[in-house]
Design a binder for this molecule. Structure first.
Ligand SMILES: [Zn+2]
Ligand SMILES: [Zn+2]
Length: 134
């Protein structure tokens, strides 16, 4: 599926090709902190199909407890997380943040990972009273 994405302020825009069957929801504690939320939803794209159209992301290199390093790209102006990749200038894939993609409604997660650190209250929010606006 062809997708296009943008950060919140609009400086960074990009397009890519993704496989909707590979969308995953990550419950790891790093994703919770880095998103400021309960979990992160991502989908990989082959580096060859990822095209940055405008802007220049800033990079934060995250070192996991295991020692694994990943480059997290984000907008230097608005802070929106854009993608992550292996810590190399020529990564094979980029993990795109689904919330930034125009097609996000068509990209539900197909698997949940790092479930041990999942926040129980975030696994089913359908019972929480809802309203159209705040
Ligand atoms: Zn931005
Ligand atoms: Zn994670």
């Amino acid at each position: 599926m062809k997708v296009n994405g943008s950060c919140h302020c609009g400086q960074i825009t990009y397009e890519a090709e993704v496989d909707p069957k590979r969308v995953s929801l990550c419950n790891c504690t790093d994703c919770q902190v880095l998103t400021g939320s309960a979990f992160r939803v991502s989908v990989p794209t082959p580096a060859a199909s990822f095209r940055l159209l405008t802007g220049r992301p800033a990079v934060y290199v995250k070192t996991a407890d295991s020692g694994a390093r990943r480059r997290h790209s984000f907008c230097p102006n608005c802070g929106t997380p854009v993608s992550a990749s292996a810590d190399t200038d020529t990564p094979p894939t980029y993990s795109l943040r689904v919330g930034c993609l125009a097609q996000k409604a068509l990209l539900p997660p197909k698997r949940r990972i790092w479930c041990k650190s999942a926040l129980g209250w975030a696994q089913d929010v359908s019972g929480i009273p809802g309203m159209e606006r705040q």
